[in-house]
Ligand binder design. Structure first.
Ligand code: FAD
Length: 312
């Protein structure tokens, strides 16, 4: 058995009030449902990160990173381990060599999009409407509007939280595919380099304005985590769900959005079990109607294999 309490006590001794014991994990996600974690450590500089990595190394205590929590569904029972959240020094953005941008993992995607356009660079406008962080976007190979991280990512600065080792990993070694990378929960992205192209600032601003307008018109606000399922080859998960009659499907405190069928809205004070059940029922509806089995894009944490038909 792993000594989670012992590890949390050591983290508190090392980092003091940057460790939140019995942290409300679910509240830090955009769904705002789900349970607690044994601890959340807010890491804002390299020295703290080394201490966290050396405390966790070799312990076997479950660990994972949370960025902006915009692609996560946390089980109501919570997560019996330590979550790491980068902040402070890790939110920086710098332009080097004219078209190469270094972005910290905690930098917000819309801020990186606006900053790079402000520097007269093109290639990251797509990210203006994605409410995640650079770290989460590398892990997910996030994308939209015809572009994705892999198009501009040169390399990522990755710390292995189990081994305490830091490596610059070339993008080609991350197996970046549609909403996929080979990074696991043990890998903490602390930053990356993006290769962009010289562009026209006014044109970039126009592109971003159009994207923001499109998102407002087509995607709901409120408590959700964006697309719940990935698009199957040559099909839109949202259209499949809508034509299968899934729009508006409700289980307790969660409902398929009336605005976008691939979004699930959670009610204020809702529970993760209802969101999961809506996912399961929507998936069955689509399989029955179209013979297509949808796969989740949202990362589910703290659920058992038996609870998830797709074993994510
Ligand atoms: P989190 O949700 O915090 O984490 C997601 C995964 O990444 C987890 O496995 C987590 O452990 C891991 N992770 C987070 N930070 C790190 C790190 N520093 N190092 C290593 N692993 C890390 N996604 C798209 O791709 N395209 C879209 O157009 C899009 N639109 C969205 C619209 C809305 C309204 C919402 C709510 C979400 C949308 N998303 C979209 C989903 C989400 O914003 C992206 O997947 C985003 O990249 C997740 O970043 P995050 O920081 O929130 O990650």
């Amino acid at each position: 058995m792993t000594d989670v309490d012992g590890v949390v006590a050591r983290l508190v001794a090392e980092l003091g009030d940057r460790v939140l014991v019995d942290a409300p994990f679910g509240e830090h996600t955009t769904y705002r449902v789900g349970g607690r974690a044994a601890a959340m450590v807010v890491v804002d500089d390299h020295e703290s990160l080394s201490r966290v990595a050396s405390t966790l190394a070799g312990t076997g205590v479950p660990v994972m990173t949370i960025g902006r929590g915009s692609n996560l569904l946390i089980a109501d029972r919570g997560f019996p381990g330590v979550i790491v959240h980068l902040a402070g020094d890790y939110a920086g953005i710098a332009v080097v060599d004219e078209t190469v941008v270094i972005a910290g993992a905690a930098a917000k995607l819309p801020v990186v999009a606006r900053t790079t356009v402000g520097y007269g660079l093109s290639g990251f406008e797509w990210a203006v409407g994605v409410p995640g962080s650079i770290g989460g976007a590398v892990r997910m190979n996030a994308g939209g509007h015809g572009a994705e991280m892999v198009d501009s990512l040169l390399d990522a600065d990755v710390v292995d939280l189990r081994l305490g080792e830091r490596t610059i990993v070339p993008a080609a070694d991350l197996d970046l595919r549609y909403r996929h990378s080979n990074l696991t929960a043990d890998h903490l992205v602390v930053g990356c380099r993006l290769g962009l192209t010289p562009g026209d600032e006014r044109k970039g601003q126009e592109v971003m304005a159009e994207i923001v307008q499109w998102r407002r018109a087509n995607q709901p606000g409120g408590q959700n985590a964006g697309s719940i399922f990935t698009n199957p080859a040559d099909a839109s998960a949202g259209e499949l769900i809508e034509s299968a009659g899934g729009k508006g499907l409700r289980v307790g405190s969660a409902e398929v959005s009336a605005k976008h069928a691939n979004f699930i809205q959670a009610d204020e004070g809702g529970v993760a079990a209802d969101v999961l059940q809506v996912m399961i029922e929507v998936r069955m509806l689509v399989e029955y109607a179209h013979g297509i089995v949808l796969q989740p894009e949202t990362h589910l944490v703290g659920f058992t294999d038996d609870e998830m038909p797709w074993r994510s």
